[in-house]
Design a protein around this ligand. Sequence first.
Ligand code: ADP
Ligand code: GN1
Ligand code: MG
Length: 363
Amino acid sequence: MSVNSSIGNVVANFQVVGKFVSAIPYGSGHINDTWCAVFDQSGSHVRFILQRINHIVFKNPCELMENIQRVTSHLAAQIEGQPEAKRRVLTLILALDGRPWYRDAEGNYWRAYRFIENARSFDAVESTEQAFQAAKAFGRFQQMLATLPSPRLHDTIPDFHNTHRRFATLEEAIAADVANRAVLAKSEIDFALSRKSISTVLLDANLPERVTHNDTKFNNVLLDDETGEAICVIDLDTVMPGLSLYDFGDMVRTTTSPAFEDERDLSRVTMQFPMFEALVRGYLSSARGFLTKAEKQYLAVSGKLITFEQGIRSLTDYLAGDVYYKVSREGHNLDRCRTQFKLVESIELQEEEMDRLVHSLEP
Ligand code: ADP
Ligand code: GN1
Ligand code: MG
């Protein structure tokens, strides 16, 4: 069956008006599969996002979708009446049976969203204004979700940012060496082992649990084509209880370096201080009101923590034989690990200056 006809069969199970025209694979995510589907609605072409949830990674897709439904409804209620409110939050399209997901005959879980037009995501940052915008949007996202009514959201991936646990998993992967690759990653393994102490950095900091996004990659926010405003936070699979600093840290990881995450020319990978400053200013502009003093104190260090965490996750997957992240070339996960470790080094060289900046903005 062609991609078009099989996607056509799937979208027929959602409450989409019109006639299915076509679908193309979309985006550059490492976990789920995304398509952009086009429908003919009385002569106009209307786009939708269709996603197949990776149920190996997300073991309980129904709970995950319950989280997303609660989160998107809460956000929508808060911004109701604002200009362009429908472009500022993801809108789920329900399945024919009224559920927010559809399960196909093979056991795959699918969801559909309205397409947010005239906006796009970027895999690498291009300006300090973009960095400011992304951080402001993620801060506002956390701020709006601070009032999410109970119960607590489901943990869609338990211990997702438990870097201490991630490090233990790396140590197990090194010992098992199931793909016989440890020899090829010797210097990366040495780098990780020599910096084990980074993995415990926030454990004793006594920080409050919040509702956080947990995957604040720069390409998980859509920027408006005309104004450049970060109009909508997307990719909500990992929205769950977490620390605000996991989100800020992942912004530092993905928004301060001009290079792609899998760049092979490591000379291009560097923590650009003006980008960091824009992130701090953008984040504080929306999050200042709810952040505690302790959270603000750890802003600078959170970038190193999450970058290190991502490096050890890619290294673990490389050693395990590429079982988690999608890869498209030999050594892809090792390349990803190298960029992260290079960025950790670059952050280390500027750590004091980063801390000074945060303190000057938040004495
Ligand atoms: P992944 O988990 O695979 O990263 P995302 O949910 O981030 O998947 O979606 C992949 C890409 O699809 C995004 O980077 C974005 O460009 C695009 N996208 C996702 N949702 C929408 C939407 N509702 N409207 C427009 N584009 C979207
Ligand atoms: C994955 O799906 P995507 O590409 O947005 C991963 C993140 C990583 C990121 C690295 C559920 O995110 O944690 O930081 O790749 N998501 C999951 O690019 O593991
Ligand atoms: Mg994404």
